[in-house]
Design a protein around this ligand. Sequence first.
Ligand code: GDP
Ligand code: CA
Length: 330
Amino acid sequence: MRITVLAGGIGAARFLRGLLAAAPHASITVIGNTADDITLFGLRVCPDLDSVMYTLGGGGNEERGWGRADETARIAAELAAYGAGPSWFTLGDLDFATHIRRTQLLSEGKRLSEVTRALCARWQPGVTLLPMSDDKIETQVKIKSHPERTVASSDPEGELIHFQEWWVRLHASVPAESITPVGADAAAPAPGVLEAISGADFVLFPPSNPVVSIGPILAVPGIRAAVAAKTVVGVSGIIGGAPVRGMADACLAAIGVETSAAAVAAHYGPALLNGWLVDEQDKAALEKAQAGDPALAGIAVRALPLYMRDIPSSAAIAQAAIDLAKELAS
Ligand code: GDP
Ligand code: CA
């Protein structure tokens, strides 16, 4: 069985851990979001690729869902003593080594896909992890005004900031006017990405953020069409009208999509999505919406508990996604 998964960070990593438990013999390719990537202290940081790599490689921080286990922050303290910023993005000492190694390989001229393969040679995540593109794509958020910055007030059009600054520094507290994966139009899928999609038995969307994790992957030219040609089953990251962790509601608001399992399914749409897993508490609402809503026509919905508390609960969700994909593909 060949399965290809589009992936953000935490939601994807937890789902993938369940998928590996549910389908230990499947050949799994993960296409990771790189639009959250950022250069800090001269080092290239790829938060979503690393969340997947560390979690599946057994070195991730369980409670936080990102960064390394048993982490310390001595380097960050030294950098702060030099007055070097930014201070709002946490990088632990062990994590720093990954970014140093990545930057070293990139500066030798290797592409991000090659570098990711080299890093995964150590972590052995049990999946083939591919960045969505080797080209630079950066999610930028347009906000009206930016605290502690004066440019915003003089700019009636608002200001563009890096997604991480909006998300991590401002905690998405300033409403986003728009969220755009800048550079996606001119980017190409990384080597192996389109082949992994077309060669898969089916494609899965984990409960990753639809706007800033799955959205940028689909924005890379060629990927959306390749995915649409396959049987696709998605898992809702919205349960009972709220994201399970994080602030996905702020992202959905920016693109005018309601924070509900039904609205996210309609956002992907029947042209892309064949099956959709929702939590039991969203079943009635979704069926009601589906009954009269052409935006959801043809999307098969199944309801089950969607909280990924541990590996068994994540594996049950992954198994339900596999079962539905097989049913719809036959
Ligand atoms: P990020 O890049 O680290 O923000 O992670 P992702 O984009 O992969 O995933 C974030 C999404 O995962 C959030 O919108 C959450 O709603 C969703 N999520 C996190 N934990 C769970 C869970 O236990 N169950 C479900 N269904 N969704 C979850
Ligand atoms: Ca992310």
